[in-house]
Design a protein around this ligand. Structure first.
Ligand SMILES: [Fe+2]
Length: 261
């Protein structure tokens, strides 16, 4: 933390840097982890601190780890905007990112955008916490110099299986939501997991072909995807129009890629 604050002394660095670091044992003694955030054997659950200076931001995205989380503000005010899943195409999605640079909007334009997308804005005061739903589109900006603690919940095994198979794009997000839905029947869940296991195991000579094949198959598993308001003139799913540079040209199935645990 001392190194960070030394670096940001320069006005040129101020808005460039935010850091995340795991909670150290000394800090951990200051609070008890909620039961849902305690890892089981073999699992990695993130318990991280985010530090950034006033004016920093995280552009609209969803987190590919598919975890629920609590975010607790230790000091400084932080603004969060969370958008509903059915606003997907209004956010101009491309992989796990949005084409809307909300950080550049005026206050008025941001409010109009929130009304149009159905998003919710909250300003987290020091000492307050919010709950983050899994795979939710979100944006954050720092109204002060901020330090926040992010406590992520344990992940369902079905989501871990999905993440280790699928490229993090809108289809992965939608299938993740389906796997977490209370309306999902055990039979459908079993069928999806069987297919994910088959896709993960299936050998291919070219990993890029495997990546493309998996993306197609995952799109096929989404029979009732809530695709959002695609009929609106200003709503576009960029993924339908721009080939993803990672999914198309890189081998996402590469066994050397770090695995979710
Ligand atoms: Fe995030």
């Amino acid at each position: 933390m001392a190194q960070y604050f030394t670096l940001i002394e320069s006005p040129h660095n101020r808005h460039m840097l935010r850091v995340a670091f795991a909670t150290c044992p000394q800090l951990q003694q200051a609070f008890a982890l909620p039961e849902v955030c305690r890892p089981v054997k073999g699992e990695v659950v993130l318990n991280q601190n985010f530090i950034g200076v006033k004016g920093s931001f995280s552009a609209i995205h969803f987190d590919k780890d598919g975890l629920q989380a609590f975010l607790y503000a230790i000091f400084g005010r932080k603004r969060f905007i969370i958008s509903p899943h059915d606003a997907h195409e209004k956010l101009l999605p491309f992989t796990q990112f949005s084409g809307c640079a909300l950080q550049n909007f005026t206050d008025y334009d941001r409010q109009v955008f929130l009304t149009w997308t159905g998003g919710e804005e909250v300003i987290l005061q020091p000492g307050e916490a919010i709950y983050f739903p899994p795979f939710a589109w979100h944006f954050a900006d720092y109204l002060d110099d901020c330090w926040a603690l992010n406590l992520r919940f344990r992940r369902k095994n079905s989501i871990t299986a999905l993440l280790n198979c699928a490229f993090p794009d809108g289809n992965c997000q939608a299938l993740g939501r389906l796997l977490l839905s209370p309306a999902l029947t055990p039979e459908r869940e079993r069928d999806i997991l069987t297919e994910l296991a088959r896709l993960t195991r299936r050998p291919f000579r070219d990993g890029r072909l495997k990546t493309r094949y998996i993306r197609r198959r995952i799109a096929g598993l989404l029979q009732d995807r809530d695709g959002g308001p695609g009929r609106e003139g200003l709503a576009w799913n960029f993924e339908d129009h721009i080939p993803s540079p990672i999914g198309e040209y890189l081998d996402w199935s590469d066994a050397r890629r770090p695995r979710f645990r």
